[in-house]
Design a protein around this ligand. Structure first.
Ligand code: 0PR
Length: 365
C-alpha cells in the first residue's frame, strides 16, 4: 500500500541530470519552512517577509550589477524588482511592462528562437506578436537577424543569457546597441545563467546600457526553494507599469502577477543569497564549470560529439536507443529539439554521479 501523502518522500537528486531545480541550501530550507504561511503579496500585514523580499531583491540587484557590492545607501530595492514564482512569471511580466510602455497598438517582441517557451505564453496571454529570429550556427542570437526584425511596432528585444537547451549567452552588448538605437528596451533572460554569469567574464546585465529588465531565478542555481524567481528593472517606471490598485489591502498597489505569493520562496531566496553571495556562488560556478569541462572531455574521449559548453550545460550526441536505456536505468535526461542529450551541471550533480553515468553509458554502447 502507498504510504500517506504526509509520509511520502521526494525522489533523490542522484540521477537527475537535466533539471534546473536542485537541493536548496540548508539555510534556505530552514527559512522556507519558517515562512510557509507568510504572504509577501500583502506586505503591510506580513512585514517580516516584506523585509526579507527587499533583502532578496537587494542581493539580486548586486548580482545583476544594478548596484555595487554592498548596495547603494539610497537604493530602494522594492521599486526595482520583486520575487516572482519563477522564470515564466518574470518573462511574462517583462513583456507586459514593455507592452504597457510602448507607443504602439500592435506591439511586437523580437526574440531569438532559443528563447524559452515562456515567451510564447507571454505573447499568447498578452496578445502581442512574438517574432522569433534564427540563431547563428552556435546557438546564439544572430544580431543581424534581430536588426532585420525590428520595426516601428517593436516593444521589446529579448536576449538569453544561458539558454535552456545549450547554455548559450547571446551577444548582449551588440543587442543592447541595436535596442538603444531603435529606442526599444532590452530584456535579458538569465533565469538559469544568472548565478554563473557574475563569474564567467560575460557582459550580460545592467552594466550594459540598454538592458532594462532581467530575469534571474533563485530557485535554480541560486539554491532557494522552488519556485522563487526574480524580476529586476533598471527604471522604477518599468515596475510601476505593472502596478494594479489594491483597494482593500493596506498597501495601495501590487506589481506581481500572482496575488498571494510563496513566503517560502522569498525567505529562502534571501537566506540562500546571505549564505552564498558572492563566495559560495563563485565556488559553485568554478566547480560546475570544471566538472562540465571534464565531462565533455570524457565524452569526446569515447568518440561522442559534444557541443562545446559555454556555461555548465553539456549537450552531446546520444542515439535514441541508448538514451532510452539510460532513462530505464533511472537517469533523468532530456533532449534538445535537435535530439542531443543534455546534462545540466547543477549543484547536486557531482563527479561521482557523472562517473556512474559514464559507467552505465559504457555498458550500453
Ligand atoms: N527562462 C529560461 C532560460 C529557462 O531555462 C526557464 C526554465 C525559464 C525561463 C522558465 O522558468 P520557470 O520554469 O521557473 O518558470 N527552464 C527549464 C525548462 O523549461 C525549467 C525546468 C526546470 C524544467 C526543472 C525541468 C525541470 O525539472 O526546461
Amino acid at each position: 500500500m502507498q504510504p500517506s501523502a504526509a509520509e511520502r518522500r521526494p525522489q533523490s537528486f542522484d540521477r537527475v541530470l537535466s533539471s534546473m531545480c536542485t537541493e536548496p541550501h540548508p539555510a534556505a530550507r530552514r527559512a522556507a519552512e519558517r515562512f510557509l504561511a507568510s504572504n509577501p503579496g500583502d506586505p503591510a500585514t506580513y512585514g517580516t517577509i516584506a523585509e526579507l523580499e527587499r533583502e532578496a531583491v537587494g542581493a539580486l540587484a548586486e548580482i545583476t550589477g544594478l548596484t555595487d557590492a554592498g548596495g547603494a545607501a539610497d537604493f530602494d530595492s522594492s521599486s526595482h524588482g520583486y520575487v516572482t514564482a519563477g522564470g515564466t512569471e518574470s518573462n511574462i511580466q517583462a513583456v507586459r511592462s514593455a507592452r504597457e510602455r510602448a507607443d504602439t497598438d500592435d506591439p511586437i517582441v523580437v526574440a531569438p528562437e532559443s528563447a524559452h517557451f515562456s515567451f510564447h505564453k507571454a505573447a499568447s496571454v498578452l496578445d502581442v506578436e512574438l517574432r522569433t529570429v534564427p540563431t547563428d550556427g552556435d546557438g546564439r542570437a544572430d544580431v543581424d537577424a534581430v536588426a532585420a526584425a525590428l520595426d516601428d511596432d517593436a516593444a521589446l528585444v529579448v536576449a538569453v543569457a544561458g539558454s535552456t537547451e545549450y547554455g548559450r549567452v547571446d551577444p548582449i552588448p551588440a543587442l543592447a546597441d541595436l535596442a538603444v538605437d531603435a529606442g526599444v528596451p532590452l530584456h535579458v533572460d538569465a533565469a538559469w545563467g544568472g548565478f554563473h554569469l557574475p563569474f564567467s567574464g560575460h557582459d550580460w546585465a545592467f552594466a550594459v546600457d540598454g538592458v532594462e529588465t532581467v530575469t534571474i531565478d533563485p530557485h535554480k542555481v541560486g539554491r532557494a526553494a522552488v519556485p522563487a524567481g526574480g524580476l529586476l528593472a533598471r527604471d522604477p517606471a518599468a515596475l510601476d507599469a505593472l502596478g494594479i490598485e489594491t483597494p482593500y489591502l493596506e498597501t495601495a498597489s501590487q506589481a506581481s502577477l500572482t496575488g498571494t505569493r510563496s513566503g517560502a520562496g522569498v525567505a529562502s531566496a534571501a537566506a540562500a543569497a546571505d549564505a552564498l553571495w558572492p563566495d559560495g556562488y563563485r565556488r559553485e560556478h568554478e566547480r560546475a564549470s570544471d566538472l562540465a569541462a571534464w565531462f565533455a572531455d570524457e565524452l569526446r574521449g569515447r568518440g561522442i560529439a559534444v557541443v562545446e559548453p559555454e556555461l555548465p550545460l553539456v549537450a552531446f550526441d546520444l542515439p535514441r536507443p541508448t538514451f532510452e536505456s539510460l532513462r530505464e536505468r533511472g537517469w533523468r535526461l532530456s533532449r534538445t529539439g535537435a535530439g542531443e542529450a543534455r546534462v545540466v551541471v547543477m549543484p547536486h550533480v557531482t563527479r561521482e554521479s557523472l562517473s556512474a553515468f559514464l559507467d552505465d553509458l559504457d555498458e550500453r554502447r
